[in-house]
Design a protein around this ligand. Structure first.
Ligand SMILES: C[S@@+](CC[C@H](N)C(=O)[O-])C[C@H]1O[C@@H](n2cnc3c(N)ncnc32)[C@H](O)[C@@H]1O
Length: 240
């Protein structure tokens, strides 16, 4: 089962390429439009509109999955513990889950620094994207969360991911584009703002092979549902 498959169906595609003997896959996404617009289809893939935060939407699959994966989705989910708990319920005893999601982004830190400059504090107030990555939520935090739910053999390791912008103009347009809708700035101030964006970012993050890069930290998180426990009931009663 792939949670948050997205229109590209990247995980399903990769699984079917790497493991051609896989008999069936369930692609889950909370947006039904994903399946209408899917860029990849295969007769082994069963589409399922479901929300990993809403247990009832996936109830028919509970206790039946031997593998669950999810990439680039869990950082969008606020209540991660609830989502992991529902994944645990979906697994068969002995089933395995693997997650890959972002736990930190230098971009947010940089925007925060920028908003603290007196020149921009008023203008950026309320314009910053929500910080999806609390600073103390790293590999140890999520490892313990999975263990509390009942997963065993939990492994968690972080990796840095760098996306380099081909030109400085692309960098400026991308950052400015992500803020534009909420910014109230006179047109004549935009170019100066973009120039400042670049300078502050370069000072804070530097360049990689001469290019400005978006750097994020992704967490690989893996866990197994024990054979002896078919559900997490005993743990659920001890958790608020
Ligand atoms: C950034 S895309 C990732 C797509 C794909 N997994 C990949 O790595 O390319 C995130 C997808 O997760 C879906 N999603 C977000 N929250 C979800 C939830 N609570 N339950 C199920 N799907 C969710 C979104 O609709 C979106 O299609």
């Amino acid at each position: 089962m792939d949670i948050g498959c997205g229109v590209e169906m990247n995980c399903c595609k990769a699984v079917l390429t790497q493991f051609p003997d896989v008999r069936a896959l369930i692609a889950v996404d909370k947006q039904s439009t994903v399946f209408q617009q899917a860029h990849f289809r295969d007769k082994k893939i069963n589409s399922c509109v479901g929300n990993i935060l809403e247990r009832d939407s996936l109830k028919m699959h509970e206790g039946k999955m031997n593998k669950i994966i999810s990439t680039n989705t869990f950082h969008h989910i606020d209540d991660k513990e609830m989502a992991f708990r529902n994944v645990y319920r979906l697994l068969k005893p002995g089933g395995e889950a693997g997650f890959l999601f972002v736990v930190n982004s230098w971009l947010y830190e940089f925007l925060k620094d920028l908003s603290e400059l007196p020149k921009y504090s008023a203008i950026l107030k309320g314009a910053l994207p929500e910080n999806l990555y609390p600073p103390d939520h790293g590999n140890q935090y999520y490892k313990e969360m999975l263990e509390k739910i009942g997963f065993k053999d939990v492994r968690a390791f972080e990796e840095e991911q760098r996306f380099c912008f081909p030109t400085d103009e692309c960098f400026k347009d991308s950052i400015f584009g992500s803020l534009k809708i909420k910014l109230k700035m006179p047109l004549e101030a935009v170019e100066t703002f973009k120039k400042d964006l670049l300078q502050v970012y370069e000072k804070a993050v530097g360049r990689y092979e001469g290019k400005l890069c978006h750097v994020s930290v992704r967490l690989n998180l893996l866990g197994v549902k024990p054979m002896e426990s078919s559900d997490s009931k005993s743990k659920e009663t001890t958790v608020n």
